[in-house]
Write a new protein. Structure first.
Lengths: 298, 1125
């Protein structure tokens, strides 16, 4: 699978330029899309799932044009929208069956087996006769993932999938996606939660204010942050000064006062040491220090 | 295939979602519960009353039920359609559907089908329930077909349209609340305002659209129905296609989009085209009718030949007829005839005509004899023709508006038909001119066309195999399958019917009675199990009673009652009260007795059972059955009018309380034409209406006087409407202009009454009655020139009609009467107690007048028994004495009548006069013996008096000093949706006692004060926001005693007219301030009630009546002032 995005723009009727001139290629595997709120992630995803028309540019999915070959592209899609909470008056099983039918599973018997299997995989088999609206938040999310995965889609797009999930559920979800990504599929995972990407994605992009700011591996992004992540031990007074000067990743109270992690090229006189960055540090480092460098290509 | 899979997937889950919505569930359950109780009440036999319509016409069962369901589902569909699209906008769940590989068409079609499926199920459940009631009903038959037909024709197009339209509007307006308001507004407009306007074109729910299904012939107007329902079906599909195109989702397939665009165009185009065809059909019919009238007008003055004999050979060929008519023609005129016309239905094509030259134009056959027909000459012609009946030719005298009113108003069946030619059924009546007749059928120019001819008919009919043929005359079935009819007498017309009939017959004295009903429609055996031969004396008695009343004898050897399809109808012509349902020796009855109140035997049985139980009486089954029969015969054949209460039934139609609430409709089954119209005809070239006037007189003498209750409901009686028309125009003018049939009928009725009162006054009532009857009896089955009548009257009474007729016909002046000083007492005379009634009658006008005074004898009893009699139809002859009084111009007479028994009441009919109401009634309580009293029948001219007391000042509501304080009560919306008041131009409105008018409403009643016009304003009791104000002019200041006239109105169920806490709150504005006298009406009669004595110094005294009362209604009538000495 391969998605080529060329010169993609979206300008809303109110003049808001939601995404600007995006060019990138996404290959099979898990692809993470990271960026602050309003960065244009959701717009990009809605364009990719054919819910929205771009203002200009081209998207090719396995060589098929998103604007012209919607039928074929839609038959490859699985999608979990960001705010997937409200259901019509359908039961869990019925909702998934509806999705399965629309995903092209025409054979009744095999569809039933697939739906049941999927319900088991997402741990909703016991709740299959409950109204979807009455499920807990996590269960609703799982049902959302199940409907996105049903019918073996080859392009799966999930928008903020782990929001509201407890850690255990989040891990289960990651594992489920990872398992699917073994096949020749693209999974695009849009999130604020950096941890979701670091643990699953081999490739990622970072968007800010509608612009694609980074495209590459998570490791490279981490490398960019090396030398720039510090752990400072600070007194109460210093802690307040540091807050003013540097972006703080974490702060833990200690016997001496505070143990603070910051992203910065130097720490000018504070007592501290460099530490190994993770993706979260890398993300903050990138947003703080690198964003002015226009485009980083590996 | 994938598309079908997708559509089914969307439809399945859409229907599940809809089915689970609470809104749908609540609404559906409510409608099902309603349907259940409606049917339980009308069909189960356990509770409620058997519904006559449903018994007569089983198709009414699914029909009425589908109306209920359809109304409910139209509203639910709108709610849901807008609800679903709103959900679509809001929920992310929709996005996971939208990104799937389905086309927009799959999605919208699936959604629509899912919704429709649930509604179809709702219909199926409701209809299934109805069907179970129907099958189990002890009253009626079950017929499956109309269930299917009505479902397909009512529900499906309605659902497709309203859903398509709602989806479309939601897509365009994009605001649920606004869409919803627009849609509900649209529904309300079609239901309450547009209704049947513009030929039902806006009636998407087919709430008013005529759709009666007969078991005899199916739908009468299937083409019209299909076109109409097609309009909405295709527009609905078109809107669904537009919704697909407008769906806020990126389309998946350009090809599908283009196909949908084409379909949208085709569907909307088809819908509009059908609408165009629908309108065009109506317009072209109107134009066609105009053409025919114009053509007739061209021949309006052409001499008319006499058809002496008419021999018709008719063959029924499926949807057509083929016939040959051999006509014997005679020139009965005084001049030679070079050319004449015959009328034949324009749908029938003349194949061949022998005996003369001819040309055909529309309905006319123009005949040119080889040589001119000299007076008395005869000619034989034979016309062979073929085709079908063009019904637009019928009733050319009716304007489009009248036809529309006819269609909308009478009898619950709006798809009215005048003829049937189907492979299984044939019905042809003379109005269609299915055989050629002399002259033209109608012209708007002059009245020469108005003539009846008696001809010797002979009819042979070859109908489709197995059909029974029925017509007039002696019937013989030939071996070759033809049926021959040879009437014993010359007839004015002949009709034919052929169908799958069963006939029962009964010989009573000289008349053979037959009842022919459609096979399977036998509802008689069940209700007449034991009557058997006892029916003979019942029929004999009823006939005898009726013939004593009408003073004529039935002239034929047979009377056939034939059931015909429910859609058949006839409209009233102004020149005859005979409708097409009554033919010589025949009455056509509507299918199953539809809308014949006397034919609901199930109801009669239930009434009888309840009555026996309530009164603890034992009535033998034979007596009960005899009672149903009597009631049926009395109500169906012997009532000239039917009181039609327009409650609207299930179909909404009532309008405001004063709108068309009750109507006096001529009874189309009234047997009278067989006692006059088809036996006698009086011709007059100077007064062509003479025959109709005689007819009106005779038919009126055979029926009881007007129904006061109906009169009060309608505000004016027929006579009064006639009177109003005559105030400014002469009889001749009104006839010449051929005004509204209703007005014409009323004018004819009142003028006829007046003329005959004059005649009776001149020669004596009894003598005149005997004379006119024997005159007509001796001249049966032929045309009587009016000159012959005049000659006979001159011989018998030395009375010249020509002295009366010109003035009666052309003068605008009318008499006006004042009745004063009525006295009634008993006297002892020749050892007997007798009663005397005396009164003074004044004619205030410059033209002589005549009135009749009717005394209802029989002492006390207050006219009781009415209710019971109405139910059981006893209809005994009341003991009435009728006197006629002729009074000169500006003359006063003291009249004294000596009666052998106590009078219960006296009614004076003033006929054509200035009086409103046109009758004056007086009830008499127990009469006292006056020892000094004496009396004999006496008529004495006295000095002219108009009854004015010089000391009294009376202010009436008709006076200029009277005004009302009247806030407008109807809201804008209510006014907008109130149906137009058809009789809005009438000054006096009816009185509705169940739901009195909130606003002051002017009405007339004989209980009101007034010398000639007894009018008053009435309104509902309220809180004092409305006032009636009399400013009474006074010449000099001083103390005045004041009275108010408080009427006592009695209605059927409230004989005493008592109302709870009935008080009249007055304000008297006098010199010392304002006083508030509270008056109570006299419990016995309408009278002056004293208010008190007040001082007034200004030039007028002011008295106000407020509507502040707990009484249901209050009347503002008149105020009287008398100066204290």
């Amino acid at each position: 699978m391969r998605i080529e995005i060329k010169g993609l723009n979206k300008v809303y009727p109110n003049g808001n330029h939601a995404i600007k001139d995006i060019n990138m290629t996404i290959e099979s595997g898990m692809f993470g899309l990271l960026g602050p709120n309003g960065a244009g992630k959701s717009t990009l995803m809605r364009i990719l799932v054919t819910l929205m028309k771009p203002s200009s540019g081209q998207v090719l999915v396995n060589g098929l044009d998103l604007m012209k070959d919607r039928k074929e592209i839609r038959s490859m899609l699985g999608y979990l929208p960001q705010d997937f909470r409200f259901f019509t008056k359908l039961k869990t099983y019925e909702f998934l069956d509806y999705a399965a039918r629309l995903a092209g599973l025409t054979n009744g018997k095999s569809r039933r087996e697939i739906v049941e299997k999927m319900l088991e995989e997402v741990g909703l088999y016991e709740a299959r006769n409950r109204f979807a609206n009455n499920l807990s938040g996590g269960m609703k999310r799982r049902l959302g993932i199940a409907q996105a995965l049903i019918g073996d889609p080859r392009l799966i797009i999930v928008d903020e999938p782990t929001t509201g999930l407890d850690p255990e559920e989040r891990i289960r979800f990651r594992n489920l996606l990872t398992r699917v990504s073994d096949q020749d599929v693209i999974i695009i995972l849009s999130t604020h939660i950096v941890g979701d990407i670091s643990s699953t994605c081999t490739d990622m992009a970072l968007m800010n204010k509608g612009v694609l700011s980074y495209k590459g591996s998570p490791e490279h992004l981490i490398n960019l942050a090396k030398q720039n992540v510090w752990k400072i031990t600070a007194t109460e007074t210093e802690y307040f000064e540091i807050q003013e000067k540097y972006p703080i990743i974490s702060s833990i109270p200690s016997e001496e006062g505070w143990e603070v992690q910051v992203v910065s090229k130097e720490i000018n006189g504070y007592l501290g040491e460099r530490i190994e960055p993770n993706l979260e540090h890398a993300y903050v480092n990138f947003m703080e220090n690198e964003l002015n460098q226009k485009w980083i290509e590996i | 295939m994938r598309a079908i899979h997708n559509i089914i997937a969307v439809a399945k889950y859409e229907s599940i979602t809809l089915f689970r919505s609470w809104f749908f569930r609540i609404f559906s359950i409510l409608s099902l519960v309603f349907v259940f109780f409606y049917n339980f009440g009308t069909q189960s036999g356990v509770v409620g009353w058997p519904n006559g319509d449903m018994i007569a016409l089983p198709s009414m069962i699914p029909f009425t039920n589908l109306y209920i369901i359809n109304l409910a589902q139209a509203v639910i569909a709108v709610f849901l359609a807008s609800e679903f699209l709103k959900q679509d906008k809001k929920l992310d769940t929709t996005e996971v559907v939208y990104m799937r590989s389905i086309t927009n068409a799959d999605y919208v079609i699936g959604k629509t089908l899912g919704n429709i499926w649930v509604f179809v199920m709702l219909n199926a459940i409701a209809l299934g329930m109805v069907a179970i009631f129907n099958i189990a009903s002890p009253y009626t038959r079950f017929n499956f077909l109309p269930y299917i037909y009505y479902f397909l024709l009512i529900s499906i197009p309605t659902l497709i349209f309203i859903m398509g339209f709602s989806f479309f509007l939601m897509s365009v307006i994009k605001n649920q609340a606004v869409t919803f308001l627009v849609l509900l507004g649209y529904i309300a407009a079609t239901l309450f305002y547009l209704q049947n306007k513009y030929h039902y074109i806006f009636d998407y729910m087919s709430f008013k659209l005529p759709m009666t299904w007969s078991e005899m012939v199916g739908f009468g107007n299937i083409k019209e129905i299909l076109v109409h329902r097609g309009i909405y079906f295709f527009l609905g599909l078109g809107f669904i296609c537009l919704t697909i195109l407008l769906l806020k989702r990126l389309s998946q397939s350009r090809f599908v989009k283009e196909v949908v665009m084409i379909f949208a165009g085709v569907f909307i185009g088809t819908g509009l085209l059908l609408g165009f065809i629908y309108i065009m059909n109506i317009n072209s019919e109107e134009n066609h009718r105009k053409e025919m009238v114009t053509l007739n007008n061209n021949y309006a003055n052409l001499k008319v030949v006499q058809v002496t004999s008419c021999q018709i050979e008719l063959e029924h060929l499926g949807n057509q007829i083929s016939a040959t008519a051999a006509l014997g023609i005679k020139n009965a005129a005084k001049d030679a005839i070079n050319e004449f016309v015959l009328t034949l239905n324009p749908g029938l094509e003349v194949v061949k005509l022998t005996g003369a030259g001819f040309s055909r134009e529309l309905q006319l056959i123009k005949i040119k004899p080889d040589r001119p027909l000299q007076p008395g000459d005869s000619l034989q012609i034979s016309i062979q023709y073929k085709g079908t009946i063009d019904e637009s030719f019928c009733y050319l005298d009716q304007t489009p508006l009248q036809l529309e009113n006819w269609k909308n108003n009478s009898g619950g069946v709006n798809d009215k038909k005048h003829a049937f030619i189907t492979p299984d059924y044939l019905l042809l009546t003379p109005e269609t001119r299915w055989y050629p007749t002399a002259g033209i059928s109608y012209s708007s120019k002059g009245l020469n066309w108005l003539a009846t001819q008696f001809s010797n008919y002979r009819l042979s009919v070859k109908a489709a195999k197995g059909l029974t043929v029925l017509s007039q005359g002696k019937k013989t079935e030939e071996t070759d399958g033809t049926t021959l009819f040879v009437p014993e007498q010359p007839l004015t017309q002949i009709a034919v019917v052929a169908g799958n009939y069963q006939t029962r017959s009964l010989q009573v004295d000289k008349v053979n009675y037959t009842l022919s009903f459609f096979k399977g429609h036998n509802r008689f055996d069940e209700y007449f199990k034991v009557l058997g031969d006892s029916a003979v004396p019942v029929i004999r008695d009823l006939k005898k009673t009726w013939e004593i009343k009408i003073r004529r004898e039935y002239p034929y050897a047979r009377l056939q009652l034939i059931e015909i399809p429910v859609q058949f109808c006839s409209f009233n012509h102004a020149w005859s009260s005979a409708g097409e349902q009554v033919q010589p020796e025949t009455v056509y009855l509507p299918e199953g007795g539809f809308k014949l109140s006397g034919a609901n035997f199930a109801l009669a049985k239930k009434f009888a059972q309840n009555n026996a139980r309530d009164h603890n009486e034992t009535i033998s089954p034979r007596e009960t059955e005899a009672n149903y029969l009597k009631r049926f015969i009395n109500e169906t054949f012997f009532n000239s009018k039917v009181n039609q209460m327009n409650f609207g039934g299930i179909r909404i139609g009532g309008g405001g309380p004063n709108v068309n609430f009750a109507a006096d409709v001529l009874n189309p089954y009234f047997i009278f034409p067989n006692y006059y119209n088809y036996i006698n005809y009086i011709s007059s070239s100077a007064y062509p209406i003479t025959n109709r006037v005689v007819e009106s007189y005779l038919s009126r003498s055979a029926t009881d006087g007007g129904n006061n209750f109906m009169r009060n409901m309608m505000g004016l009686s027929g006579d009064e409407k006639g009177n109003i028309a005559l105030q400014s125009k002469s009889f001749a003018d009104i006839l010449e202009k051929q005004e509204d049939t209703d007005v014409l009928n009323n004018v004819i009725q009142t003028k006829s009454g007046f003329l005959f009162a004059l005649m009776k006054g001149a020669v004596g009532p009894e003598k005149f009655e005997d004379f006119i009857r024997s005159f007509l009896e001796e001249r049966k089955f032929r045309t009587i020139p009016v000159e012959e009548l005049n000659a006979e009257m001159r011989n018998s009474f030395n009375l010249d009609l020509d002295q009366y007729l010109p003035k009666w016909y052309t003068s605008v002046a009318l008499p006006g009467y004042i009745l004063i000083d009525t006295k009634a007492f008993k006297i002892q005379k020749d050892d007997q107690i007798k009663s005397v009634v005396a009164f003074t009658l004044t004619n205030t006008e410059n033209i002589a007048g005549a009135i009749t005074v009717t005394f209802r004898l029989g002492g006390m009893g207050g006219g009781g028994g009415g209710g019971r009699r109405m139910m059981m139809g006893g209809g005994g002859n009341d003991d009435n004495i009728e006197k006629t009084v002729v009074i000169g111009a500006k003359e006063s007479k003291r009249m004294t009548f000596l009666l052998n028994r106590d009078p219960r009441s006296m009614t004076i009919n003033t006929y054509a006069s200035h009086n409103l109401p046109s009758t004056i009634s007086q009830r008499f309580e127990k009469l006292e013996i006056d020892p000094k009293g004496e009396g004999s029948d006496k008529e004495e001219i006295i000095p002219y008096t108009n009854g004015d007391e010089p000391t009294e000042i009376i202010a009436d509501t008709e006076d200029p000093g009277f005004r009302l304080v009247q806030p407008i009560s109807k809201s804008f919306i209510k006014r907008l949706f109130t149906r137009e008041v058809q009789e809005d131009d009438l000054k006096y409105k009816g009185m509705n006692m169940w739901n009195p008018q909130v606003e002051w409403t002017l009405t007339t009643n004989e209980q009101f004060y007034g010398k000639q016009i007894r009018s008053a304003y009435y309104c509902k009791g309220g809180t004092g926001e409305r006032k009636a104000v009399w400013s009474v002019p006074i010449k000099e200041g001083g103390y005045y005693k004041i009275w108010a006239y408080i009427p006592k109105i009695r209605f059927g169920w409230n004989r005493d007219g008592n109302q709870p806490e009935e008080t009249y709150n007055f304000n008297v504005i006098h010199d010392d301030g304002t006083d508030h006298p509270i008056l109570k009406p006299d419990n016995r009669e309408s009278t002056w009630v004293e208010m008190g004595t007040y001082h007034f110094s200004s030039d007028s005294a002011r008295v106000e009546l407020t509507n502040n009362t707990k009484a249901r209604t209050i009347y503002a009538d008149a105020i009287k002032l008398v100066k204290e000495r």
